[in-house]
Ligand binder design. Structure first.
Ligand SMILES: Cc1cc2nc3c(=O)[nH]c(=O)nc-3n(C[C@H](O)[C@H](O)[C@H](O)COP(=O)(O)OP(=O)(O)OC[C@H]3O[C@@H](n4cnc5c(N)ncnc54)[C@H](O)[C@@H]3O)c2cc1C
Length: 471
């Protein structure tokens, strides 16, 4: 077995594999240690199976709109849940196979086991110690199930177990309506389950803009029971498990616990580094180098809780990999923040969130998609987008939205914010007709009207056409 290496990478998830690519480019003197299963959270139990289930749910839900289009007979359609779950697993296996290729040729440099730090330059795995000049930690995160609820384990699901279910029960509670909870609650409701969703906060899917949050609540409440601002508890019931909140309760067959994810650092030996740890057991990490203080240890991906989403985990693995194989620190700027929740309306945030802004200093443009032309044509006329720009010059700062096709409009805004564009810059771009992006343009024009005019021509995007169908 290998006793000494230049670089040890712990965790073969998205961050660890991104680090591996950069480390391999410079040296063969490395080991990768991963606690099985292999295949990454994203491909196995995260992004990909969840989106596969959502796609099936949305396809089935589309039948509810057919009558409006003048298409009859949809009442006869049925969701074959076992077949849907089988397809989720088939595609999941395909995505996992693709990921496994990345470690297939590592041979002895790929070690399956639980790694633990023993000081800044030593890792132990199954009683064997490996010395390393640099260590990249990328152990990811796991779903939290509060201890008192573990007694109901027969009725508890998490996203680690949901996609393994052969069939789904008639009634389900979803506790935690962050991005993952909202996505799954709506998908399960669309597949015909009776869904009760709960969250202690009064917002869902991480939205901080009050008006967008309210719009999202109004949309989702039409599809499943939404209980916000409630503390819930579980109790035994004859025919399932009881969810209790205030003076209310409901009995369900299963509960999907989506109350958050815990960084996998409990048994990682971080305390042997001699640096301060916070109340979650996490050290301070430089987000531009991923290094922990002055140590030879880097911490990347979900495990550092900085930006626990896929493209950021991948970036962090890349930054850690570069820094592990160079003597001079490589400091890289992080991308414009962006999140997408794949419910309908899709929820997205780009750049600064409402909660991070001083509204005395910024202008807000808003578009309600319930009356937007293209949204109405497609029968997707719901949701609200709010765009924030600086009062001084109209520089785009951020946006929050619960809107149709928000994933695409968020990408466009992320590009503009990243390039430091102003509202006028963006209005100078072409907007095809009829598109949902014309709604985005209306919000931009609302802001532009409060800015000093930039030119005499609408081509430069200063004014509105004042025609509903075009605006
Ligand atoms: C249901 C769900 C849906 C999601 N949807 C999206 C989405 O749509 N878009 C998006 O951007 N993000 C999404 N995410 C988040 C995304 O999946 C994560 O940000 C990403 O997978 C994190 O990658 P990672 O490398 O940090 O961790 P992981 O992929 O979890 O990898 C960590 C690896 O380290 C191993 N490990 C842990 N401890 C040790 C140890 N001590 N020794 C050795 N190995 C260890 C683990 O076994 C694992 O293989 C979703 C997550 C979930 C759960």
């Amino acid at each position: 077995m290998i006793n000494k290496v230049d670089v040890a990478i712990i965790g073969a998830g998205t961050a660890g594999l991104a680090a591996l690519r950069d480390v391999r480019r410079e040296t063969d003197d490395f080991v990768m240690i991963n606690k099985p299963p292999y295949g990454t959270t994203c491909a196995r139990v995260g992004c990909m199976p969840s989106k596969t289930l959502i796609a099936a749910a949305n396809a089935f839900h589309a039948r509810t709109l057919l009558d409006t289009f003048g298409i009859r007979g949809a009442d006869h359609l049925k969701a074959d849940i076992p077949a849907i779950m089988e397809r989720v697993r088939e595609l999941r296996d395909h995505f996992v196979d693709g990921v496994l290729d990345a470690t297939d040729d590592l041979d002895a440099r790929n070690i399956a086991g639980h790694a633990r730090l023993d000081g800044p330059n030593r890792v132990t795995v199954d009683g064997h110690t490996i010395e390393a000049r640099q260590i990249i930690l990328a152990p990811g995160s796991s779903p939290i199930v509060p201890k008192p609820w573990q007694a109901f384990s027969d009725h508890i699901l998490t996203t680690d177990t949901l996609f393994e279910e052969r069939d789904l029960p008639a009634r389900i509670g979803v506790i935690g309506l962050g991005a993952i909870g909202v996505e799954m609650a709506q998908a399960l409701a669309r597949l015909g389950l009776e869904v009760h969703g709960f969250d202690g906060a009064d917002h869902m899917a991480g939205i901080s803009d009050e008006k967008v949050a309210e719009s999202l609540r109004a949309s989702l409440s039409q599809e499943f029971a939404v209980h916000l601002g409630v503390e819930v508890d579980l109790a035994a019931a004859d025919d399932g498990v009881q969810i209790k909140w205030g003076d209310d309760s409901v009995v369900v067959d299963k509960v999907l616990v989506a109350v958050g994810r815990r960084q996998n650092v409990q048994d990682l030996g971080l305390e042997t580094l001699g640096v301060p740890l916070d109340d979650k057991g996490l050290p301070e990490v430089d987000p531009q180098t991923m290094r922990i203080g002055q140590t030879p240890v880097l911490l990347a991906g979900d495990a550092n809780a900085i930006r626990p989403i896929l493209h950021e985990s991948s970036d962090e693995g890349h930054i850690a990999g570069l820094n592990a194989v160079t003597d001079k620190p490589v400091r890289l700027d992080r991308r414009t923040p962006m999140t997408v929740t794949f419910c309908e309306p899709q929820v997205a945030s780009v750049g600064k969130r409402a909660s991070e802004l001083d509204f005395d200093e910024c202008l807000v443009g808003e578009i309600d998609f319930s009356t937007q032309g293209r949204a109405r044509v497609m029968q997707e006329n719901y949701g609200l987008m709010r765009i924030y720009a600086s009062r001084d010059g109209g520089r785009l700062l951020g946006a929050e939205m619960a809107a149709p096709a928000a994933e695409h409009m968020a990408q466009l805004l992320a590009l503009a914010i990243h390039k430091d564009h102003t509202v006028h810059d963006l209005l100078g771009m072409p907007f095809y007709h009829p598109t949902l992006e014309e709604g985005l343009r209306s919000a931009l024009r609302q802001i532009a009207r409060e800015l000093p005019p930039c030119s005499i021509s609408d081509l430069a995007g200063c004014g509105s056409m004042e025609v509903e169908a075009l605006d």
